[in-house]
Write a protein that binds this ligand. Sequence first.
Ligand code: GLC
Length: 640
Amino acid sequence: MSDCLEERRQRWLPDIREALELVYDDVDLLSRVDDLIRKAHSKRPAELKRRDRQRLLNPDWFQRESEVGYVAYADLFGETLRGVAERVGYLKELGITYLHLMPLLEPRPEPNDGGYAVADYDKVRSDLGTMDDLERMATVLHGAGVSLTLDLVLNHVAREHRWAASARQGVPRYRDYFHIFADRSMPDEYEKTLPEVFPATAPGSFTFDQEAQGWVWTTFNNWQWDLNWANPDVFIEFASIVLSLANRGVDCLRLDAIAFIWKRLGTNCQNQPEVHAITQALRGIARIVAPSTIFKAEAIVAPSMVTTYLGSGARAGKVSDLAYHNSLMVQVWSALAARDARLAAKSLSAMRPKPTTTAWTTYLRCHDDIGWAIDDRDAASLGWSGPAHRAFLADFYSGVFPGSFSSGADFQSNPGTGDRRTSGAAASLAGLEKALEDMREAVGDDLPKDHAGMTVWFDGVNLAVSRLLCAYAVIIGFGGVPLIYMGDELGLRNDYSFLGDPGRRADNRWMHRPRMPWDRAVLRNREGSLEHKVYSGMRNLIATRKRLAGLHAAVESSVSAGSDPAVLVVARRHPAGDIVQVYNFSEHRTWVAWDEIGVPVQDTTEEISRRSIDVGAGSIELAPYGSWWISGIDAMPSRP
Ligand code: GLC
């Protein structure tokens, strides 16, 4: 059966050509790309070609309200890729349709930044399995209605990668794959405007390599060598990696640290226009060969910049399909700490709309630290100081701020800039770890039981669970693909065992990368257990989301604060029916008047609890950390 390869070439080659001409002065490049396209297409398995056709008929598949993501390390979730495939039932039970498995290609030996230092893109990490296992796992996932996301680490490779090894041996072709400088003069010039990513453990952005006899650009750790994307051979290498992963059944490629790939003197070497042109060219190639494969940008950059990764101007809709909504994550934590949603409303409503064919991935936690990306001007508009609020958030979530409910830790404190980021599991940051400690301190290990033998949890514990669920309700209801970070569905707390591991001790992001405790996961179905409390709440939010067509990502959410500053209102105006969400970011009961949120039109329902709302009362009453998703309403247009 024809699968329209020629039509797709005609459709996408002009976009590829335009982008390549902007970046590379190389007349042969397009024909090299076209060769690659034909070869990869001839090798594409028939089953994946069928998947391509299905998705071309459903181009909005990843924007739908039915999409829900899960993020896990393959070994920590299932031991091996086969083990992951065997756990697919667990994902189905929760309602998951998208699985991001953290880096699983062969890395350098530890330390390897959790796999983000790839030594071989053609090999799976040997303890996890083989490329064939990867293919088989993808097939099992697809059969269960789950798509597979893998990382494409494209800013750097491990110092041990064969390209870097050849560069170290002085092979000119491979020295050109990297940025290697004979002396400090250029590195010093660049460093005048370069921020440091790991100031505490890998200061600076260049590393002297004895063997290479030069200063190598290393934005992250000194064994992660930045690639020279100005070299067309590097582009061809990655185009080929993209297609080979797509041909194994990968549905989505997470473009790791994409903001950093283009270097320009006098800038912070992030978000350069060439980054978007290169993405457009790579995506065009994927659209031709493997149109069921999409791209997700990992660009943790200022809110004013992040929408460019989904495309703006002439690149609208031509770059990544998904991008992380970092600002939403930061604002949810900020509002919870401050019991004040006004900054969230201010910052989120200032963001530019994204192309209607794209979607955010929304998340509360991931494997990384949280950088307190608060815009100074947004803070000033409320009369707050940006630096002071950032310092407050770092203090609050590390737990040192008086009265803080959180148990986290500082990550990469930079005394030079005062910048501090935060590590910690969602449940610990939301107060569950502290509340449980308080309870155990009061009653010991002998937890009180009611007459039916159920544990009677202290109010503080229940409150922390409500706080976690309130935060996840925002993430699941916002529109876009919500990502559940492994273990959050069970309320897993920090895991301090990394401190005993010399390869990991220096990187406290490992505290929020626990191993899945399958024995405890069983408790998710035992009423009265803590795991059940969190899990049943999450599962209900997910099931509720799937019923609401108004959560399709093609429309934007508009965000405002209530007259009680602790209240956030998220309005979604959608032809299939408006949804207004109201969140209480405080431990106090509060009321929201109807005229703050919209006009009830018919059978007004609170969808999370499925209760119909008595609209006769002039206001709705929100419990501490209460979340309401209201349907049967004509949402208010967003207010200034
Ligand atoms: C991304 C990853 C992070 C890693 C970095 C360098 O930001 O999420 O874990 O350290 O890239 O690869």
